[in-house]
Design a protein around this ligand. Structure first.
Ligand SMILES: [Zn+2]
Ligand SMILES: [Zn+2]
Length: 173
């Protein structure tokens, strides 16, 4: 799990929040680790603390948040997934297939992973950690309003070098 949740760039666990740049272990808040892979390579990775995550999601419209929630409720069989997760001792098994369409990871061209760590850096197991494939991410974000897409583009542009794109696993939503 540490390998999954560490930074591919540094080979170490994430140490600072992407947005506020504070050391994660020094703030008494949980944080989220999100990584996106395309064709076997990590193309986006970051850790974001709960207060920063809340600030970003606050900018999203209620309709957009409802659309994402709707997808998660409709397309994911949470009862079945949570049963599997509870039977499994190894939480990295959750990264074996897409949480929504259940396509095995080996068959996926692109996917995102998301995990929640508590304020001490321990993995929190609940609906997260999870893996979701690119097509399902597309379906999840299909209901986002233009304004909410703009919030996401701005987040990427402010925090990452390179031209802003529509891609990027919006795992923090
Ligand atoms: Zn932060
Ligand atoms: Zn999928």
């Amino acid at each position: 799990m540490n390998e999954w949740l560490g930074s591919e760039e540094t080979g170490e666990p994430f140490s600072h929040c992407l947005c506020c740049k504070l050391p994660l272990v020094e703030i008494a808040e949980p944080w989220l680790v999100n990584k996106e892979f395309a064709r076997g390579e990590c193309v986006l990775e970051y850790a974001i603390c709960q207060p920063c995550r809340d600030r970003v999601t606050e900018e999203l419209s209620e309709e957009s948040k409802a659309a994402v929630r709707g997808f998660l409720e409709r397309e994911i069989d949470w009862d079945a997934r949570m049963r599997e997760f509870m039977l499994s001792l190894d939480s990295t098994e959750r990264f074996g297939a897409c949480i929504a369409c259940r396509t095995p990871r080996e068959e996926l061209a692109g996917f995102g992973i998301s995990a929640l760590l508590d304020s001490g850096g321990s993995l929190v197991t609940g609906p997260l950690p999870l893996l979701i494939c690119q097509p399902c991410i597309g379906r999840m974000t299909a209901g986002l309003s233009d304004r909410s897409r703009e919030v996401w583009r701005k987040f990427l542009a402010e925090n990452f070098a390179g031209p802003p794109t529509d891609s990027g696993f919006p795992g923090l939503l």
